[in-house]
Design a binder for this molecule. Structure first.
Ligand code: KIV
Length: 262
């Protein structure tokens, strides 16, 4: 299993870091068998596993169940657990209970969205011995404040603010930073000014690594086709075709065969 120091070393050596999200046991066994460097149990679980419109519906209980399932399926992968909506905004005691729950469920690290307002919380968690991954740019838990899923940091003032927040997060002790939906040039600047690695999603090629959501990278989410996404499998068609083949075999009595029967 990789350690936080390995991610730092990969950045120093100019080696790119790959990360995928994962939410369930069987998929985690596949991630475990793959070469990906890290697995994120993202609060995107609320959307891709539970069908909600935003990540706001992710709860601590929901996250802990997914973290546990992924831990059991991917014992050899560094596992980052997302702090769900508001879990770290209800005072330090409840924040630490949430961190405790996610680590006991199987996470090695947690991820917290946002910069401003989170620095003290993050340094307390890091000082408590828990690795924290930051997340700037499009922070989906603030979707109603951001006014939609759009590229962040196009204006100079917003870009400068994101650069400053990235620096503050590094001072607070994050071991890596997710940059979501920011212009490539800004992601490159932030990556160059930080010593910790950046992991991009919709942030261009110059970040220290890339992350994609499981259902997106495998092409299972038919209606989701943003510019930044590359689908490495047409999962939607392949799975639907397999189900249709099963349906046809059942109806034509080709399944089960004598060999498949007792
Ligand atoms: O929840 C999630 O899946 C994420 C990634 C998109 C980085 O935060």
């Amino acid at each position: 299993m990789k350690k936080i120091q390995d991610f730092q070393k990969m950045k120093s050596d100019g080696q790119k870091i790959s990360m995928v999200t994962c939410y369930d046991y069987v998929s985690a066994t596949i991630a475990n068998h793959s070469n990906v460097d890290a697995v994120l149990v993202g609060d995107s679980a609320a959307m891709v596993m539970h069908g909600f419109d935003t990540t706001i519906n992710a709860s601590l209980d929901m996250m802990a169940i997914h973290v546990g399932a992924v831990r059991r399926g991917a014992p050899d992968k560094f596992l980052i657990a997302d702090m769900p909506f508001l879990a770290h905004r209800r005072g330090m005691k409840l924040t630490m209970e949430a961190v405790d729950a996610l680590l006991k469920a199987g996470g090695e690290a947690i991820k917290i969205e946002g910069g401003e307002g989170q620095f003290d919380i993050i340094s307390h968690i890091v000082e408590s011995g828990v690795p924290v991954m930051g997340h700037l740019g499009l922070t989906p838990q603030s979707i109603h404040q951001l006014g939609g899923y759009k590229v962040q940091g196009r204006e100079n003032s917003k870009a400068t603010s994101l650069q400053n927040q990235a620096k503050e997060l590094e001072r607070a002790g994050i071991f890596a930073l997710v940059l979501e939906l920011v212009p490539s040039r800004l992601a490159e600047k932030i990556t160059d000014t930080l010593s910790v690695p950046t992991i991009g999603i919709g942030a261009g090629p110059k970040t220290s690594g890339q992350v994609l959501v499981w259902q997106d990278v495998l092409g299972m989410n038919n209606g989701f086709n943003p510019k930044f996404l590359r689908k490495y499998l047409n999962g939607y068609e392949l799975i639907a075709n397999a189900l249709n083949q099963f349906d046809a075999d059942v109806k034509t009595q080709k399944f089960p065969s004598t060999e498949e029967s007792f």
